[in-house]
Design a protein around this ligand. Structure first.
Ligand SMILES: [Zn+2]
Ligand SMILES: [Zn+2]
Length: 227
């Protein structure tokens, strides 16, 4: 698969079928500045950068990296991208220590037979929802714990569509990640209430109708028995 535009100014630039089988999906927003959502597992930074260029953008304009949670398949590219372009790293406060400590278990680096260097975070999100405004466009970061304590989901309303970035809504829910089923139930309920039109998911790609988004979230709620 090639990098592509999902809706105007929102792109997929990486993921298991695009950059590296170990990567979570990587999304890019062009809002005057470039914003990356997640960064893959770390082996594909060159591919991500070349995909950003292929879409006609200068990666020097990468201003922010929004991390949906602390797992290596989403954060692995951060140290290199930060070093090259100086983008600011955003992640929820509760998922910050694994990054800053380079924790092999909580980052799941051990699972991927790699390591993650201790990496300082620039902005620690710390409320149920936090809104960033970039060139007048609101980007909402919702705290949606469950898979990890500091998982966030991100949404924005653009051209009449609500676009939701919901990574690892499929789980897994594991004790070693600090997963919590009750929180997962509450978080996925909140996500259903958003009635998003498009779901940009973390490993399986993009769901493009309201009905598909709803069914996707419901299927995992059913699987985890939280209906
Ligand atoms: Zn994860
Ligand atoms: Zn993942």
């Amino acid at each position: 698969m090639k990098p592509s535009e999902i809706v105007k100014d929102v792109f997929i630039v990486g993921g298991p079928d695009i950059t590296d089988g170990r990567d979570g999906c990587i999304y890019l927003m062009n809002l005057g500045e470039l914003i990356l959502i997640d960064t893959g597992a770390g082996w594909s930074v060159e591919n991500i950068i070349s995909n950003i260029k292929k879409l006609g953008f200068d990666p020097k304009n990468l201003a922010k990296i929004l991390l949906t949670h602390c797992h290596i398949d989403h954060i692995g590219g951060v140290p290199e991208i930060k070093k090259r372009f100086g983008a600011k790293i955003y992640i929820h406060k509760l998922d910050t220590p694994p990054l800053e400590n380079g924790d092999p278990v909580l980052t799941a680096a051990k699972w991927y037979q790699t390591s993650f260097p201790p990496t300082p975070v620039d902005v620690k999100l710390n409320s149920p929802d936090e809104t960033l405004i970039v060139s007048g466009q609101k980007i909402v970061c919702l705290h949606t714990p469950g898979h990890t304590p500091g998982s966030i989901s991100i949404y924005l309303d653009k051209d009449g569509k609500r676009i939701l970035f919901g990574q690892d809504l499929h789980g897994p829910l594991l004790e070693e990640f600090g997963s919590n089923l009750e929180e997962y139930g509450r978080s996925t309920k909140n996500l259903l209430n958003l009635e998003a039109d498009i779901l940009c998911e973390g490993h399986f790609g993009i769901y493009k109708t309201k009905k598909d988004v709803k069914n996707y979230i419901l299927s995992y709620r059913r699987q985890y028995g939280v209906e």
